[in-house]
Design a protein around this ligand. Structure first.
Ligand code: CP
Length: 309
């Protein structure tokens, strides 16, 4: 039996390096399959999604991934049109969705929501973003992108810039990178440093330095992972306005980076990467979004097939 069969994906912390490498190998395999063979992998299976927060990439890439492996998707992406509006609880909504689906994908603004859902659901639950806590399938996609584009993860110098306080992709990425030998620079405004309640956990896994000055690090980095300032998570708009536009990666910055450095971003992008960077060979964020479809197809294939694919 494959070790991912019928398993939840709640936190990237639950994965070893060997398990991540198994997921990457399965993603490589699925990318090489012809469309007809690919559509056999989850034929007749149903993915159920419940998105309590907006999403473009995560929901659509799960949807597209499931279609590409022969399954179908149903769910709720506009919670205002669901019975949540009548007061139905998350627990009951999860129970109902797990009746209609073989696997459940949940995004919810509350930390701990996916683990809570996994305790209730009869079917495997995939965390598609839980509060400011984690977004594990994004990290799998990010690590896979680094591996594909840089041909390795060990030995790289990785800068993560932007909103490190509220950006859940940052936490999952850091926990995932903890399985590798990497040198990490965390670059943010003082008020958006990684949360002190997570520093201990991250320090156990990874060596990092913190700075507010991106310029000092540009020429050393192999990967620059840019994040959006998460306006919607600020308790006070004044605080957001103080840090808005703190870092804008443009061609001027790119010129000071290694020729083969790559720029990643989980997206959506607002103004933190200038549009003229998009056409450079260093910009890999749209490839990153495409890899997200394939990593999610591989995960679904492994979760829903006892013997893998
Ligand atoms: N990267 C990401 O989670 O994008 P969405 O919010 O559009 O799903």
């Amino acid at each position: 039996m494959n070790e991912f069969y019928q398993k939840d994906i709640i936190s990237i912390k639950d994965y070893t390096k060997d398990q991540l490498e198994t997921i990457f190998a399965s993603t490589d395999k699925i990318m090489q399959l012809n469309p007809q063979d690919r559509r056999e992998i989850c034929k007749g299976k149903t993915l159920g999604y419940l998105f309590y927060e907006p999403s473009t990439r995560t929901r659509l890439s799960f949807d597209s991934a499931m279609a590409s492996i022969g399954g179908n998707s149903l769910g709720i992406s506009d919670i205002s049109s669901s019975s949540t509006q009548k007061g139905e609880s998350l627990a009951d909504t999860v129970r109902i969705m797990s009746i209609y689906s073989d696997v459940l994908v949940l995004r919810n603004p509350l930390d701990g929501s996916s683990r809570f859902a996994a305790e209730i659901s009869d079917k495997p639950v995939i965390n598609a973003g839980s509060g400011t806590e984690e977004h594990p399938t994004q990290a799998i996609q990010d690590l896979f992108t680094i591996k594909k584009e840089k041909k390795k993860i060990d030995g790289l110098k990785i800068g993560i810039v932007g909103d490190l306080k509220y950006g859940r992709t940052v936490y999952s990425l850091l926990y995932g990178l903890g399985n590798y030998d990497v040198d990490v620079r965390l670059i943010s405004p003082e008020s958006l440093r990684i949360r002190s309640d997570s520093t201990y956990e991250i320090k156990k896994r990874i060596d990092f330095t913190e700075t507010t000055d991106i310029e000092d690090h540009l020429d050393e980095l192999d990967v620059l992972y840019v994040t959006r300032i998460q306006k919607e998570r600020f308790p006070d708009e004044e605080e957001y306005l103080k840090v808005k536009g703190s870092y804008v990666v443009g061609l001027d910055m790119l010129k000071r980076m290694k020729d083969d450095a790559i720029i990643l971003h989980p997206l959506p992008r607002i103004d933190e990467i200038a549009a003229d960077v998009d056409t450079t060979k260093n910009a890999k964020y749209f490839e990153q979004a495409e890899y997200g479809k394939h990593t999610r197809a591989a995960l679904l294939g492994m979760i829903l097939n006892e013997n893998g694919f």
